[in-house]
Design a protein. Sequence first.
Lengths: 250, 158
Amino acid sequence: MGAVGHYLEQEGIPTTQISLVREHTEVIRPPRALWVPFMLGRPLGVPNDPPFQRRVLLAALHLLEEPSGPILRDFPDDAPNGARDEEEGAACPVNFSRPQPTGDGPHALAHALAQEIAQLQPWHDLALRRRGGGTSGLSGLTPEAAGVFIVAFLSTREPQNYRPDQALGLSLKHACDDLRAFYEEAATAQPGSLSAAELESWYYFGTVAGEVLRELRRVSLNSEDKSIRLFAELTLLPRSVVHQLRAGRA
Amino acid sequence: MARLEDLPEWEREHLLQLRDEAPRFDTTPWKDGPPLRQRRVALISTAGLHRRGDRPFTGGAGATEYRVIPADATGADLVMSHVSVNFDRSGFRQDLNVVLPLDRLRELAAERAIGSVADFHYSFMGAPWPSTRFEPKARELASLLARDRVDAAVLIPV
């Protein structure tokens, strides 16, 4: 972000920016930056809190009225509930009744995944009504179809690409992103406020979908398709999840 | 984000390595403007946001492209195709404003705290490294912002 600000300002556009990693902004030295102590992915601090978001945005905008720079200012407050989110290992189990695969292998996982998606569907419907629409749509697949497509990679024969004009790995990435969007939207519609850490732990370690993705990584790291291998290695699971797997969590 | 000393060692080391590899510029450019209440403001995100029917972000040569977000876009119109999974998306699932505060910007314009909201906003995908790779597209974007009479760009990472 700092480099983009540098070039825009050079071209005559005044810029101000939010900084999430202070140490990076310190070395790039953009003209104006507001460091915020919020987690990656939440630069305005917290969802559905307009007064707090307004304070953050205004604090960044007011840097435009400073007479000279570079300026790197610290936002004074943590995000509401931010400390809870940032605590490593703060995740708690979420009380979903997880369908159990009846047997081994991809077919049993596919069946359990379809059951789980059906269980979450009413919560997802509620999320869509509240938000006015969802955040999935990269693959064009329904959650059920995305699940079927993903599980097919666990078999010996890779599935047909639903978008033959793009690499199979990209199609798989979009299906995985859409499935995660469905689960996260459904979970955040439920009563109570789940932290980001709780959601991540639930999704990757407490659901059938998470089991599918962990198995997908194991299988895909040996794929003959380079796009699948790279996806599995770099962007299938968050680094935090990979570290937990290496530490023996299953 | 959290202070580095509060992070797990593997995360801290990763971020410090990126710091060591980050570009350095000899000078800091500086462009003045009118008071905030007269400024026309655009938001520029690196969250990999775009309209649902627009081209998803990918790696490779197109990774430094930007997507156009009209000022009347809502959370139901936009999707996120950032290649990274190493940042929270659950906030965005609930409220677009936690990554792209378009509603907050409209409110500030209605209160006359800023002059106006730009007609168009933009999103990059902040994954390409080093970030100097963005230079051609950033300079291209500057000319679009100037044509929209923008004199305040708020850059928002994820």
